[in-house]
Design a protein around this ligand. Structure first.
Ligand SMILES: [Cu+2]
Length: 136
């Protein structure tokens, strides 16, 4: 009986922390939403999260975008990430189509290593479509 109550409280606490994440709180295990909108920008362009937070990029525009990490712009010990699952920036740049997140679709990545992560959208980098995730 007592144990069951504790479990139920645990679930409520989880639900609360998920809500707090949407409001900009910083609880490990949260998720953060970044929109790719009509003006060729990531919004917000810069997000600050705690380790083990999942960032979810949602394409709210009607053209395809990529989320592609700058290999030289992420912490040394961090795993490389890119939509399309590429393991290197060059591979992502060589296969733009393979990395595109279609309109209405999303891509997510969970950040474990503290530090600053710079990323870009391959087709719109020249229009300034870049973003930053700060973990820590
Ligand atoms: Cu783009």
């Amino acid at each position: 009986m007592y144990r069951r109550r504790v479990l139920r409280l645990g679930g409520a606490a989880l639900a609360l922390s998920a809500t707090a994440g949407c409001l900009g709180g910083g609880v490990s295990g949260d998720s953060k939403h970044v929109s790719m909108a009509e003006d060729f920008a990531f919004s917000p362009e810069r997000v600050r999260i705690v380790p083990e937070t999942t960032v979810r990029w949602v394409n709210d525009s009607d053209v395809g975008h990529t989320v592609t990490a700058y290999e030289a712009g992420i912490p040394e010990r961090a795993a490389y990430f890119a939509s399309g699952g590429f393991e290197a920036e060059r591979a992502a740049r060589n296969d733009v189509q393979g990395g595109l997140i279609a309109a209405g679709e999303s891509y997510e990545h969970t950040f474990d290593t503290p530090g600053t992560y710079e990323y870009l959208c391959v087709p719109h980098e020249s229009s300034g479509m870049t973003g930053t995730v700060v973990v820590g």
